[in-house]
Each structure stands twice: as C-alpha cells, then as structure tokens.
Design a protein around this ligand. Sequence first.
Ligand code: UDP
Ligand code: GLC
Length: 373
Amino acid sequence: MKKLLFLDQTGKSGGAELCLLDIAKNYRSSCLVGLFEDGDFRKRLEQHHIPVRVLAKRSIAVRKSSGAIAGLMSLGQLIPLAVRVATLSRQYDAIYANTQKALVMGAIASRFSHRSLVYHLHDILSPEHFSNTNRRLAVLLANRAKLVIANSQASRDAFITAGGNPALVEVVYNGFEIEPYQTEARSPIGLEGRFVVGHFSRLSPWKGQHVLLEALKYCDEKVGAIFVGDALFGEQDYVQQLQQQVQQFGLGDRVKFLGFRNDIISLMKSCDLVAHTSTAAEPFGRVIVEAMLCGKPTIAAKAGAAPELIDHGINGWLTTPSDAKELADMIESCRQNSQETAKIAAIAQQQASQRFRLTETNAQIHQYLEARL
Ligand code: UDP
Ligand code: GLC
C-alpha cells in the first residue's frame, strides 16, 4: 500500500471531495489529507477516521477564470503553503492532488521533495470552464505527474485537447457504496399530491437550476420540484435570480429550496424523477449515478460525461442543455408513461449498481498507483 499525501483546496463537500473521501477510506492507515481551507469536509474525513490536517491559514484567492496577474498576486499566499506541503510530503511516497490549486501546490512541492505526483482530474479543461491561463498551467503541471486519473472519458479528452499527455491518463469513474441505496427510507419534502422532480446540486449558474424552473412553466400544474444544495462557492446573485424566477413564474407552491442536505438518498427516494440540468459540460456528475442507484427515472443534460452514464431511452434520458421546453416535454412524457418509465429506471438501477461499485473503482486506482509509482 503506497503512503499518500492527498491535497484538496477546499473545506467544502463538493463532488470531487466526496469522491476523495471514498478513495481515502482505502488508505486510512497510510495517508494524510491536507486541506487548504477548514470546513465541513474536514469533519466528514474525521468521522470516517481518515487523518486530515488543514494546511493553509486562509483560503487561496484564485478563481477558475483568473488570469496571470491574479495568479501572481497570490504568490505571497502560495509560497509558505508550498514549503509546508514539500516538508510534509517527505513522509509519503506520493502527492495526490485532487483539485487545480492542489495540483499547483503539489507540483511545486514535488520538485523540492522529489516525491511522485498524481493528479485526479475532476474538471473539463475547456474554455467554457477555465481561462486560457489556468488551462495552460493545469496541463503544464499535470504533464509532470506520474499518473493522471480522469473522472470520465470527457475529462480525459478535454485534457488531451488542451495539450495533456495521453500516456499519463487513466479513466476511473467515481465509485459508490451500493448498500445504502437499498434503503426504503424516505425524507419528507412537503409537496404532497404533486409529481416531484428532484434537482440535487450546489446552486451555481452552470448547474442550471434556472432551466428546471423554466421547464416547470411548460409542465402540468401537478408537477413540482425540490432543489437540494447550497451556493457552496458564494453564488448569492444566482440564488436571488432563482428566487425572482419563482415569483415571476408564480411557482411559489410548486417549488421548495431545501439547502445543503446530508440525506440525499432518502430525499431522492421521495422524488418521482431526478433532473440534471448543467448548461456546461459536466465532468462526471455524481448526482446522475446516485439517481440511477436510487431507481429513479433520470434525465440529464447531454454534454460532458452524461452520455457516458446514460443511454438515451435505455436507462434514462438525455436532453439538450439549456433547452427548458425539451426538458418539460421529457418530464411530461415520463410522467404520462409511468409503466415504461419505471422499467427504464429499474434497468438503470441494476446497471449502475454493477458499473459504479466503489470496491472496483478503488481497486483500479490501487492498481494504477502500484504500477506507476
Ligand atoms: N450533495 C449533497 N448535499 C446537497 C447537494 C449535493 O451531499 O445538498 C452531493 C451530491 O449527492 C453529490 C455531490 O454533492 O454526491 C455533487 O457532486 P456532482 O458530481 O454531482 O457535482 P459537483 O458539485 O461536484 O460539480
Ligand atoms: C467535480 C465535477 C463533477 C464530478 C465530481 C467528482 O466536482 O464537477 O462533475 O462528478 O468532480 O468527480
């Protein structure tokens, strides 16, 4: 078993962090997770008895869209952290960077400590997601790694298009513990008598909550929606925009915003259907797989990894990103053909519980690490 220093820039529990949590469970006795910010994610790691340390005094102020100047201005923050990571990494076989800023730190630190670098790529390195500078920097640094684990074929392809070395990349999907999905438990959601569409994502413009709100306008009155998730990275303007949309479309009694929740499985089980509505390419999309594992009919926006997870009409449905009318038609079609819809959802549940087993994805990662480090 390799000794790994995992690095992640955030203390929040986003998809990349939940994926890391599941991988780190396998390395509990031989790893440390270093975070650049404190938060809920640190607590979750501790609950699972995974060694964790917050390495930065305050979070790093570079965004996905930042250019070179903002990057340089943050050097004052970066250097002390890189020194800390380099010193710490001497006790490990490899530095395993889980996010972009972790990659920057990890690459600098690995130069000094002569430890191998592994990069888990959870992003689509395309112009719609990242500035030119950040794309170039990510590829330049990732090409120094011994191994790049891409969370989907779509992330792998974008990495190579951006100049990434194909020989470094292995695709490993997110894995899931299947057993918790077998529960019959339901969480109350308070939209009795309605056909409930669930949306499970942080509130952020590219996650497209506004598309589902608009789709509700074209659906039967009986159709309502719950939005589960919070503005994890400070997208307060978007939250306001969504609230205005609810007022403007008169959806007050058909829609509920439930904030960030930890009972995702029983909430999903309470829904009649789950919609994923990202307007930009989704690098993987844990919520799509989670909905399939719950045995819920799943509609996803056809971009990024969604077509790798869903075969349209076979185990779910794909719609054109940002097309609210098409989404509404699809919701109505599922609602009105309930028997056929249930059959497809059952196939999805069965397939997903074979394809996305955590034991298997963790075994793949273990094998790649043993082979490349
Ligand atoms: N999630 C959660 N509570 C919430 C909303 C979302 O635990 O209130 C989880 C969700 O179940 C999924 C993850 O957050 O596992 C989001 O991952 P995904 O890959 O779908 O999107 P990301 O936010 O990472 O881009
Ligand atoms: C990132 C991506 C998301 C993916 C998750 C886990 O947060 O945005 O699509 O599912 O990582 O790999």
